[in-house]
Design a protein around this ligand. Structure first.
Ligand code: MN
Length: 317
């Protein structure tokens, strides 16, 4: 879909419900808040639905008061799904209710492994973030940004590029960043929250992670973090997620696979790679997805079983 077609779709709607993927990150929220602003500027009422943990760092950038939890499809005539293109990646509580609406727009930058029936799509897998796609729509429609929404979108761009570090960083990313700075994005606020706010507990968790990782013969680093362990040090899954990129900074690690327990024996595995290695294929093979060098999938079992599974998967690279 073009920006003009998207404008038409939104202006002919009255109430728009906006969703991102489960376990939202900076880009997801940047896109959600950017899309809400886009809808409102086009005259539609828009509501973001998500359930970030109460202590999530995201809420130190994004206004939690603008997020709703309970979604009833009968109140809405358009759904926009962002930073995700599969119903299976939505939070579980929304999946069936979202499908009841037959007017769904998907805006994303992840490759499409499967095409959901009946949806309209704007997918650009060359874009470094979904937030950047929203920025480009706003720019094409000549909608000026507020300082606040510029900050939100900047947070999304920074999140998915690892502060302009990952290989997805390109000319369009920097052009977007310039436009956001010109609109008054508070970049120091983003950096304070994302890069200058580690707690001592989080550092304890990082030290722990560096003490338990295993390394395969192909230099694939893998580790399993259970809820029990997190409880011992008083940390959360959010804390663990901060350090996947720290592990990926180690020169010798071609791939990092970090499994953390979301709920009873259900693990999410986050993967990162470098040195010419890719993780997307392995993630898809194990029922997940993502980008070439940043992807994820799920595993079930005890700590020992998950570790065994990762050891086996490490041979696939
Ligand atoms: Mn993203």
């Amino acid at each position: 879909m073009t920006s003009k077609e998207i404008k038409k779709l939104i202006t002919s709607a009255k109430n728009v419900a906006i969703f991102g993927h489960q376990n939202p990150d900076l880009d997801c929220f940047g896109a959600l808040f950017g899309a809400k602003y886009l809808c409102e500027k086009l005259g539609a009422k828009a509501t973001i639905f998500s359930n970030p943990p109460k202590n999530s760092f995201l809420l130190n950038i994004f206004d939690g008061k603008e997020i709703e939890s309970e979604f009833f499809s009968e109140n809405f005539d358009l759904v926009i799904i962002l930073d995700c293109n599969l119903f299976s990646r939505l939070e579980e509580k929304y999946r069936e209710e979202v499908k009841k609406i037959n007017n769904i727009l998907v805006i994303d930058h992840h490759p499409q492994v499967e095409v959901e029936n009946g949806c309209k799509f704007l997918i650009d897998k060359n874009k470094s973030s979904a937030s950047l796609i929203i920025l480009e729509i706003l720019n094409e429609l000549k909608i000026p940004l507020t300082k606040e929404v510029a900050t939100y979108i900047y947070a999304g761009v920074v999140g998915d590029t690892g502060r302009f570090l990952h290989t997805n960083t390109d000319v369009a990313t920097f052009e977007g960043a310039i436009a956001l700075l010109k609109s008054g994005a508070d970049i120091q606020k983003v950096y304070d929250v994302v890069y200058r706010s580690k707690t001592l507990t989080q550092i304890k968790i990082r030290d722990y992670l560096f003490s338990i990782y295993k390394l395969s013969p192909k230099n694939v680093c893998y580790l399993v973090i259970s809820k029990k362990m997190l409880e011992k040090v008083g940390g959360s899954v959010e804390d663990v997620k901060l350090f996947i990129d720290d592990l990926n900074q180690i020169k010798e690690f071609n791939v990092v696979m970090m499994a953390y327990e979301i709920e009873n024996e259900n693990y999410k595995v986050s993967c990162r790679s470098k040195n010419g290695y890719e993780v997307a294929g392995v993630a898809v093979r194990h029922g997940g997805g993502g980008h070439k060098m940043a992807a994820g999938f799920s595993l079930k079992g005890s700590v020992k079983q998950v570790e065994k599974a990762l050891e086996k998967i490490s041979e696939e690279f």
